[in-house]
Design a protein around this ligand. Sequence first.
Ligand SMILES: Cc1cc2nc3c(=O)[nH]c(=O)nc-3n(C[C@H](O)[C@H](O)[C@H](O)COP(=O)(O)OP(=O)(O)OC[C@H]3O[C@@H](n4cnc5c(N)ncnc54)[C@H](O)[C@@H]3O)c2cc1C
Length: 386
Amino acid sequence: MLNDVVIVGAGPVGATLALALAGGDHDVVSLDARAPDTLARGDRSLALSHGARLIFDRLGVWSEVASAPGAVTAITAIDVSQRGGFGAARLDAHEQGVPALGYVVSYRALQAALDAGLKRARMPVHHGVTVTRVDATPAYARIRGECQGAPCEWTSRLAAVADGGGDVVAASTRHRHDYRQVALIAKLWRDEPHRGVAYERFTPEGPMALLPEGDHYGLVWTTTPAQGAVLAAMPEKEFLAALAARFGARADGFLKSEDRRTFPLSLEFAGTVADARTVLVGNAAQALHPVAGQGFNLGVRDAYELAQALLATPRDRLGTADSLSEYARRRLADRWAGIALTHGLLGVFGSDAALLRWPRGLALTLLDALPPLKRIFTDAMLYGLR
Ligand SMILES: Cc1cc2nc3c(=O)[nH]c(=O)nc-3n(C[C@H](O)[C@H](O)[C@H](O)COP(=O)(O)OP(=O)(O)OC[C@H]3O[C@@H](n4cnc5c(N)ncnc54)[C@H](O)[C@@H]3O)c2cc1C
C-alpha cells in the first residue's frame, strides 16, 4: 500500500506534524519505536516560546498540557548578565504586552497531550516500530524497520523524518560541531520563590541559566567535561558555594540541588532538510546548543510550517522535489537564524577573551536601554527569527 505521508518518529515534533495534518485529505501514518503511552527517554524540561505555545493552542493541546499539575511554568522576565564584566539587561513580558516570554514545559506532559490529541483525531500511530532505513526512489520513499523483531516496510509519497537524529535517511549528510563542553543540569531550590524570573548568565567558562520550573529552578551550567564531572560529584555544600560564586549578586540564596547530571554539547545539522521524497524536521534537521532555548521551538515551527505546505499540496505532487524545495526555501531563514543566533551567542558571550568583555557589556546595556532593540531581541525569543 502506498501511503501519502509516513512520519518517522512521533516525539513532540513528529506528533505536532501529524496533528497539524489531521483534518486534511492526505492519509498519514506515524511510526515510533517507543511503546504506547511511554516516553523515548526520561522526562526533561523543554523551553517553549510564546509562538510555539500559540501553535499548540491552535492544535487544541495547550489547555491539556497547562492543566497537568506542575507541567507548565510561565517565564515572565529574563535577567541577562555577564560575569566579570559590566552590563545587564532585563526582558519583561509585561513591557512587551504578552502574558509570558516563554514557558518551561514538561516533555512528558506535552507528549501525553499530543498522544491524546492524535487518538482523538484518529491519526494512526504504530508503536514498537524501529525504523532502520529510509530510501528514496523518484516515485516514492521506502521505509524499512523492525516490528517486534520482524522486518517490516512502508512505502509513501513522502517520508517525514522526526526521529531526533536523522541517521536513518540513507542520502542525508550531517554536520557536527563539538563544543567540547558539557551541560550540567540539576533541580535547584532558592530561599525565595522564582516569581517566573529566568536568569541567563554568560561566564568565561560558558553560559549558565536558571529556568523557573514548578516550585524550583532548572539549572543549566555549561562547562568543560572535566569540570562538569567534578561539579556533578561534588558534595552538596561545595556545589552550592561554587554556584553562588558563579552567579554573584545576580542570584543567590541557593538551598539545595537534586538530580545533578551532565550531557555533551554539540551543534548538529543536516546539509539539506528536503530531498526527493524525504524531509527532516525537528532535531533530525538540527540539534542546537541549549544556550538560547531555540532548538525545540525551531522544531515545532518546522512541523507546523511543513503541515501547512503539505495541506496545500495536491496528493499527486506530495514529496516531489519542487514542492519540497519550496518548503525548504521558506524554512531557510528561520533555520539559519536559529543556528547562527545560538552559535553567535556562544562565540561572543561564551568566549574567554577579555577584549570582548566591554563590547558584550555595551551590547547588554544598549539592549536594556533601547526599547526598539529590546523589542527586536524579545520578538526573536517569542516568535523566532524571520
Ligand atoms: C540530553 C538532552 C537534553 C535536552 N535538554 C533540553 C532542555 O533542557 N530544554 C529544551 O528546550 N530542549 C532540550 N533538549 C532538546 C529537546 O529534547 C529536543 O529539541 C526535542 O526533544 C526534539 O523533539 P523531536 O521530536 O525532534 O525529537 P525527540 O524528542 O528525540 O523524539 C524522537 C521520537 O522518535 C522516536 N524514534 C527515534 N528513533 C526512531 C527510529 N529509528 N524509529 C522509529 N522511531 C524512532 C523516539 O521514540 C521519539 O518518540 C535536550 C536534548 C538532549 C539530547
